[in-house]
Design a protein around this ligand. Structure first.
Ligand SMILES: O=C(O)CCC(=O)C(=O)O
Ligand SMILES: [Fe+2]
Length: 525
């Protein structure tokens, strides 16, 4: 959809350029009409004032009689026709056609854009006053929001149960209010504030009911603020009273991570609160990998360990620019918004906002070349891998925490494609772009946050060696603050991998190898 794709956004940005041209044409047409009318007006007035100067003798001239009759018949008819004509109808209808295009953003997408903004704010704990001033996570983009924008965001935040953020946005609307908008917006701000306070405290005080009563008497959007200056000042005073006690826009950072929901774990990994300790980092190494293929002796792979158990590694420089260019070309015009079930129950439940397409490896030889490299990187067979999935995330785009492996129930209910290939034993995630801000891949249980680095690829096993899904591989794509993110997913299935990754006969999600040896050892005695 529009708001999650930079590509789509630049397209409609170009449409707007055309709309501006139609608008210019509309103005020019109407201006020349007005110029013409103005000239006629001057002319008629001149003729009339001549008549007035000459007094009644004017009407004695047959010539003037003719001129006046002509004016009142033909000339005025012409003028009335011109005034009635729909001048600029053509540019207007062209403009309307552009507005009605299917790829133009619609109100639902406007809502989505605000959702995206609130999600960024919630996940990265951005301060409202910074966002409103165009400062995102410390970087200034020079876009300022006005009071009406802040109010719109506040209203949607309140609808989406982000009460603290809604409160902060209302205060910001109040702060950014210009005198010319006071009469129109101040009563709305107060009304929203009163309602919000009631929801925040879960109990409506009587004072607040009085305020709501008072608001009923103020005409919303009144044109002349001076008419109810008194009332407006009263409204202002009430707002100040209501906001005297600050409300935190973000809940404090949690100390006990064991009580967090999966989403909160994902969120606090994205915002950097969950991260490895120095002693955990010391266990991890990077180096060159040469084992899986003799060719790697000549061109070793640069690999960085991120977790030993479950295995998570990052390969550097494993995809060429020319390959990335080919992938993008193959995906162009094929890419679609990822499906999301349900909408609008809350901002953060909009769990996946990206666009993707699947490319079967028969589509192009570059896909087979990449797979050969993936086989070298992972030491797994690539015959039983799913189609290549190419995905793009735009601003605010994200994919909330999930596991790539399929639950047994999804096999039973036949929701898995090619179930005979088994579960997803491993994932290779290529980063095809850098991202200016945000957009990292978060692994909360491993305390790892992978910033997209163009040409790099992450690899992890999704399953325990027994084939049981490993819950510690839970991960998600953090929302993009600025930029556009392209990734290529290789999901490798279990079938025929047993010579590559031996499977265990016991459930190693419950028992480690040493525990099993200990157990069997004691039985042998
Ligand atoms: O884009 C990312 O960082 C992660 C994507 C992912 O987890 C997925 O597509 O399954
Ligand atoms: Fe994933």
């Amino acid at each position: 959809e529009f708001y999650s794709s930079v590509h789509a956004m630049s397209k409609v940005f170009r449409y707007e350029q055309q709309m501006l041209q139609h608008m210019q044409k509309f103005i020019a047409d109407n201006e020349s009409k007005l110029d013409f009318l103005r000239a006629r007006l001057d002319e008629f007035e001149r003729e009339r004032s001549q008549a007035e100067q000459s007094g009644v003798t004017y009407f004695e001239s047959p010539l003037n009689k003719y001129l006046l009759s002509k004016r009142l018949t033909l000339d005025w008819e012409h003028i009335a026709n011109l005034m009635a004509a729909a001048t600029g109808a053509k540019p207007l209808s062209r403009l309307q056609r552009l507005r009605q295009r299917e790829d133009m953003p619609n109100p639902r997408e406007l809502e989505g854009a605000i959702d995206g903004l609130l999600r960024l704010q919630y996940i990265y704990r951005l301060q409202t006053k910074h966002v409103a001033a165009g400062i995102l996570d410390g970087v200034s983009y020079g876009t300022q929001l006005n009071a009406q924008h802040c109010l719109d965001i506040a209203e949607q935040a309140a609808r989406d149960e982000h009460l603290q953020l809604a409160h902060a946005w209302l205060l910001e609307a109040n702060r950014r209010l210009l005198d010319k908008d006071r009469a129109k917006l101040l009563p709305v701000i107060l009304e929203q504030l009163v309602k919000l306070k009631a929801r925040l405290s879960q109990s409506e005080s009587r004072g607040m009911n009085n305020t709501l009563e008072m608001l009923k008497n103020i005409e919303p959007g009144s044109e002349s603020p001076l008419d109810n200056w008194e009332e407006l000042n009263q409204v202002q005073k009430q707002i100040e009273e209501l906001t005297a006690n600050p409300v935190d826009e973000h809940a404090p950072l949690p100390e006990d991570l064991t009580k967090l929901s999966d989403f909160e774990l994902y969120r606090h990994t994205c915002n950097g609160h969950i991260r490895p300790t120095p002693s955990e980092l010391r266990q991890l190494r990077c180096g060159y990998m040469t084992e899986t293929h003799p060719f790697l002796l000549l061109a070793p792979l640069k690999v960085e360990e991120l977790s030993h158990d479950p295995l998570l590694v990052l390969f550097h420089d494993v995809i060429y620019q020319s390959e990335i260019d080919t992938l993008m070309r193959l995906a162009k015009n094929k890419i679609h918004r990822a499906t999301v079930t349900g909408h609008n129950s809350s901002v953060v439940s909009n769990a996946r906002t990206s666009q993707f397409t699947f490319l079967p490896k028969t589509r192009h030889k570059v896909l087979r070349t990449i797979d050969q490299r993936v086989a070298d990187m992972t030491d797994l067979h690539l015959e039983y891998a799913e189609d290549h999935q190419l995905a793009n995330y735009g601003i605010g785009g994200h994919y909330a925490q999930h596991m790539d492996w399929f639950y047994p129930i999804t096999f039973e209910t036949k929701q898995v494609s090619n179930p005979e290939m088994g579960n997803r034993i491993g994932t290779v995630l290529f980063y095809l772009s850098d991202v200016e801000q945000g957009g990292a891949t978060a692994f909360p249980a491993l305390k790892q946050l992978l910033r997209p680095k163009k040409h790099a690829a992450a690899f992890w096993y999704n399953l325990h060696a027994s084939g049981v899904g490993d819950a510690r591989t839970m991960h998600g794509a953090c929302p993009i603050i600025v930029g556009s993110k392209w990734v290529l997913n290789r999901w490798i299935r279990e079938f025929v991998q047993s010579d590559r990754r031996p499977c265990y006969q016991w459930d190693d999600s419950k028992l480690t190898l040493s525990q099993v040896l200990e157990l069997t050892g004691s039985q042998l005695e």
